[in-house]
Write a protein that binds this ligand. Sequence first.
Ligand SMILES: Nc1ncnc2c1ncn2[C@@H]1O[C@H](COP(=O)(O)OP(=O)(O)OP(=O)(O)O)[C@@H](O)[C@H]1O
Ligand SMILES: [Mg+2]
Length: 482
Amino acid sequence: MVTYCGDEVASLVLDVGGSWTRVGYSGDDAPKCVVPTYVGCLDSTGDETNAKTIRDQDQDVDMTDATKQSEEVPEDSSAAAKPSKPKRYIGDTEISAVRPGMTLKSPLQDKIVQDWDLFEDVWSYCLHNRLRVNPKENPLFITEASWNVPAAREKLIELAFEKFESPAFYICKDAVLAAFAAGKSNALVLDCGGSTTSAVPVYDGYALKKGQLYQNIAGDFVSDQILAQIRRDYNLEVRSRYQVLKKNPVDVGQPANAVLRDFPSGKFTPSYHHYMQMQVIQEYKESVCQISESTYNENYLAARPQKPFEFPDGFNLQVGIERFRVPEVLFQPNQFITDKSKPVRQNGQVMDVSGMTPGPAVEGATTQTPSTSFNMWGVPQMIHNSINSCDIDLRPHLLTNVVLTGGSTLFPGFADRVNFELQSLAAGQRIKIHAPGNSIERKYGTWIGGSILSSLGSFHQLWISRQEYQESGAAIVNKKCQ
Ligand SMILES: Nc1ncnc2c1ncn2[C@@H]1O[C@H](COP(=O)(O)OP(=O)(O)OP(=O)(O)O)[C@@H](O)[C@H]1O
Ligand SMILES: [Mg+2]
């Protein structure tokens, strides 16, 4: 609870990530709800009748009723009120529902809002449908990427005050909050999430622009590489739960013997199918994948125990070296990008991976011009390059306060490997890695930092009040929130 204008009110903390959006009350240990950041869009030609038919024929589909209206973006939300708008579905069960023609879209790219309509829908859904609060009553604390741009920040404050009628607003850089959650005001924050891996130096509670590095070789990229590897090595497409009616046991490595649902081809969009495949790959990553704790050596790693994994259609494997090889792309992207079909971006710049010509790292680039000469950063190089871009006096403080956050740092071995590689990159210097053992703290570090900061007694003077916004306009956000 915070005191705002003399009243005790709980402020809301909203952390919209590329994969997951976390929302809850300031002062809590963890977010109240975590919702996929994807929005299911069904345009007016979308076939709800067919969705129903498929369900009626197939009663045991273990999915949400696709015609259930309650989890749609509420009618009274301004976004849903526009008549010409396609139907939108938000929330895990809604976007996983068997719904022909539904396209899944993310409002963000590289953690910067690209589609404001969708972003507003996610925001509205979290507050109205999940927390069930009236946003008029609670100050809103929102997180942003450290490289967010002033125009987008102004749009965010506008949304908060004009659309959601928040009584007060604050926006804070995610790296600062992750450092804060680790109890540090000086840190090098390495965030390896779903859409993006970034290294951001934080000094005295401020994210330094110099040294900010980010690229989209992160969790989703690893998942795509796993899908491609399975396709390549076993000549099969990973089936999702919605496709399988009944699976029968088969021997390890043998083709699946499953009864599949008879969906007409083309009923489901590639984005829906891909999202559903990613759910399977998420389990695969959690169950079998690992990062080599020291130098990647296949001879040595091949002797490590294999791990079993069964796909939804019953196809099952004992996963050997691949469980190390594929996630190694996070540490040695130049050597381990095998599927070159996905766009690779570095500090916002689209890289041409087809040639894979190693070249100098591009820092601070913001244009979308393809580059042919590049050098993607592995996680340790990112940390090292980022620290080395900072003032020489600051470097030792950063090296002894490397904070790991984001879901993809949960691969076993990740923290040990970062430590191992930094020992040689910064030989002779003291290095300390802060990686909470608790997965909640690792996954929700940014949200938790926001929850702590916004509940501090001394924080109340930092809120931008509605009155200040009305007097100074949206530009106040760039003055008051550094
Ligand atoms: N136990 C785990 N092992 C490996 N990867 C995991 C684990 N748990 C989650 N992940 C991965 O973490 C990623 C999501 O991380 P996170 O929640 O930090 O992302 P986000 O904040 O939504 O995205 P971003 O920060 O990129 O905008 C997904 O790619 C997911 O597969
Ligand atoms: Mg994140």
